[in-house]
Design a protein around this ligand. Structure first.
Ligand code: ZN
Length: 245
């Protein structure tokens, strides 16, 4: 089985379409690590696609906030404004769907998915020290999102190895999954990358070959950014797409 692993789409339809086109033929099922909505101008279209195509989606903090199941006080001003705007601009069907999304971690086909970390859906795993604490709690393979930083960590009782991101001239990179490690993999963010690479990020996992491929694909940032400004969403949400951070 080959899984398309996506996360942090954040209502960016142009990025999602580029990922789906780029991944065509490379996957059998879709798995989503959350944050389908929030920040971008196409929440309904993004939610429609994920709701119809993903076999399993765990909820992200933005999905939870838009559905009214989380306190907005932890969000910065732009995220709060985007949450309220998204709530107003989503169909009832998609609001109900967001509210119904399960909390991670969930186990699927020998691996796990979570939004933030397997211990806390809202936790950001950014540094090796963060990742190291998780060693006793992770199995062989876990996909997480939330940081919008592609890569992840290999955890071992003797230490942590960061999984290096792609260079800007690379669009694909195979990541082997050693048996005796806890492999914590972040596919990156489809719709709002924050790892200084503005291209949409995703991953493909092949259960037979036991290999994850991290991928990047350019998308129409100008259109996505223009729609954010036209919708009256906070301007930094448009500009940061070009910066990839
Ligand atoms: Zn996110």
């Amino acid at each position: 089985m080959r899984y398309l692993i996506i996360s942090d789409i954040h209502s960016n339809l142009e990025a999602l379409e580029a990922v789906v086109a780029d991944a065509a033929g490379a996957y059998d099922e879709v798995i989503c690590c959350g944050d389908v909505v929030g920040y971008g101008a196409d929440p309904d279209a993004a939610a429609d696609w994920v709701r119809r195509h993903a076999r399993i989606t765990v909820r992200g903090n933005h999905d939870k906030a838009v559905a009214g199941a989380a306190d907005l006080e932890w969000f910065n001003e732009a995220a709060q404004a985007a949450t309220l705007w998204t709530r107003e601009n989503l169909s009832r069907t998609n609001l109900d769907w967001l509210a119904s999304l399960p909390e991670g971690p969930l186990e699927i086909d020998g691996f796990e998915i979570a939004h933030g970390s397997p211990l806390d859906e809202d936790e950001y795993i950014i540094t090796p020290a963060h990742a190291r604490r998780l060693f006793p709690h992770v199995g062989w393979l876990t996909f997480i999102g939330h940081t919008h930083i592609q890569g992840g960590f290999r955890l071992h009782r003797n230490g942590v190895e960061p999984i290096e991101p792609l260079w800007e001239w690379e669009s694909r990179k195979e990541v082997p999954l050693p048996e005796d490690f806890g492999n914590l993999i972040n596919p990156g963010s489809v719709g709002q990358p924050r790892d200084h690479d503005s291209r949409a990020a995703y991953a493909v996992y092949d259960t037979e070959k036991k290999i994850v491929e991290l991928r990047r694909v350019p998308y129409d940032i100008d259109t996505a950014a223009r729609k954010i400004l036209e919708a009256g969403l906070p301007e930094p949400l448009a500009y940061r797409l070009r910066l990839g951070r």
